[in-house]
Design a protein around this ligand. Structure first.
Ligand code: ADP
Ligand code: MG
Length: 255
């Protein structure tokens, strides 16, 4: 648990014109932990990920990956440092098969040898892990919404990341479809991976998170254990809303 956090931010701030999308966020994630990130739509969750991966630059503040500031590094340099993320809006390479989409990450990833045949075999392995074992030959456009999100997951996993950031990979999945994703996250976690999970599905956040960070209008509202966060009146008001509070009061389990 001790040692340099895999990810830390200090006063991280990003403005878009007059809007402060991420406002003075200071946080850290120790190695091997899973951090859940929740917050209403527009609270800055995706912007936060974009700042960590170098897809956006901070207006103020800093990001430290393994104690080093990659602020001037390009996204692909950060990916080489084994930070991988999924995009909330799925971005497959349309002219390639599902298998080839994953193989690209392997070819150019930290363990890539530049040889296609082993990359395609490794891609099949990763596709199996995310539950897309039978879909390697398909075109990305043929995938259901849920499977397109699994492909995003596979593309990120193919980089064999130390820090994996998942931006709503379970959105649009039916409850039964969520279970295998949760099991996979817990397996990755058991292997020592540090994971950030942005998700609206509260059941998913509870099932995988060691700590949960709550954003509200770009500001860090609180960080705590899932239990602490779910019982905090500010969180209930800002995020879960009155309905949830009433249901909890009525003794109904789950969110
Ligand atoms: P979340 O992922 O929590 O739903 P986002 O990080 O996507 O929230 O967005 C936070 C706020 O920043 C929103 O008000 C959104 O409209 C705004 N925003 C995000 N990206 C941009 C951008 N590239 N240009 C202008 N505004 C943006
Ligand atoms: Mg988002």
């Amino acid at each position: 648990m001790s040692g340099t956090p895999v990810l830390a931010t200090q006063g991280l701030t990003r403005r878009f014109g007059g809007l402060v999308a991420v406002n003075d966020v200071t946080m850290s994630v120790p190695k091997g932990q899973t951090l859940g990130v929740i917050g209403p739509n527009g609270s800055g969750k995706s912007t936060f990920i974009n700042l960590v991966t170098g897809h956006l630059r901070p207006t103020k503040g800093s990001v430290l990956i393994d104690g080093k500031d990659p602020t001037d590094a390009k996204p692909w340099v950060i990916a080489g440092a084994r930070v991988a993320r999924t995009f909330q809006i799925v971005k497959p390479f349309r002219g390639m098969s599902v298998r080839e989409n994953v193989a690209v990450g392997i070819l150019y990833g930290p363990e890539g040898t530049g040889r296609m045949a082993p990359a395609l075999r490794a891609a099949d392995e990763v596709l199996g892990e995310v539950g897309l074992g039978g879909s390697g030959d398909k075109a990305p456009g043929e995938l259901s919404v849920a499977d397109a999100r699994r492909l995003e997951f596979a593309k990120a996993l193919a980089l064999r990341p130390r820090l994996l950031m998942l931006d709503e990979v379970m959105a649009g999945l039916r409850p039964a479809e969520i279970e295998p994703s949760l099991a996979l996250i817990n397996t990755l976690k058991a292997g020592g991976m540090t994971i950030i999970v942005v998700e609206h599905v509260m059941k998913a956040i509870l099932a995988v998170s060691d700590q949960v960070m709550v954003l509200n209008q770009g500001t860090l509202l609180m960080t705590g254990s899932p239990r602490e966060v779910l019982s905090d009146p500010r969180v209930i008001e800002a995020y879960l809303g009155q309905k949830y509070a009433q249901r909890q009061a009525g003794g109904e389990a789950g969110a």
